[in-house]
Design a protein around this ligand. Sequence first.
Ligand SMILES: [Zn+2]
Length: 256
Amino acid sequence: MLLKLESLEEAQKGDIVRGIDKVKQFLDTLGYYNPPHENTTVFDDKFDEGLESALETFQGFHNLKVTGKVDPDTIKAMQTPRCGFPDTIPRNQSMSNYKFFDGKPRWNRPQLSYSFIPSAYYRANLQVMRNVMAQAFRTWEVVSPFRFIEAPQQGNRADIKITFAPIDGFGNFLAYAYAPGDGRLFFDEAEHWTANPTSRDQMDLQSVAVHEVGHNMGLDHSQDPNGIMYPQYPPGSIKRNLGQDDVRGLRALYNY
Ligand SMILES: [Zn+2]
C-alpha cells in the first residue's frame, strides 16, 4: 500500500479532511492509534484528539519533531517501507532501546531448525533464499550461543518457518515475523525483492531477513535507528549488520 498524504499537511485537530481515515488506519495497524470503539475496522476523516496523540507518539518513536500534525517529516516516515509488525510504545524511557515482546517469549534451547514453506507467492528462487537466510542466521549466530540448522524437509515442522505471502501490496509493509514458539516469517510477495539491490525501488532480502529473525528470537522493535530492530528500511538501502543495541537486547533476553 502506498500512502498519499501530502494533502493533509495543513490539517489540524477538529478538521475533517479526506484521507485522515488512511492515517488512522495506518497508525492503528502499528499500535499507535486507539480507535474510540474497540475492534473498529472502518475509520472516519475527523482529525480527533486520539489521532493527535497517536501522531505525537509515532513522531517520538521515530525521533522526529513532536508536532501532532501530519507534517512533511512525518509523511516521509509513514511512506518509508518498514516491517509490518506493530511498534511497542515505550512506557518509560530507559538507557537501552531494545525491547521484548509481552511475556518475554524465548526459545529454551540453543539449536533451532528452520524451513522454507512452499507457496505460490515465492518472489525469489529457493537457492537464493537458502543463501540469504543462511547469512541472516549467521549474523545472529556469531553474537550468541544459538545455532540454526536448515530442516531436512520443507514444511511446517521447523522452529522457524519462512515463506512469501500477500501482506499489503507494494510499499509500506515488507515483512512480518512472530515470536519464539510460533516462529513464522513472511515476506510480502508484492515487493521488488533482490539479493543485491541496485535501484531505489528494490528491497534487500538479507537486510529485512536479519530484522525478521530478530523477531523470531524474541526482540521487538527498537528506537535506535542504528539497530537492526529499528522498523524502517529506506528503499534500496542495505543494512545487514547488527547494532550494539541488538546484541545487548539478545544477551539480556537470554542471559548469556
Ligand atoms: Zn519488525
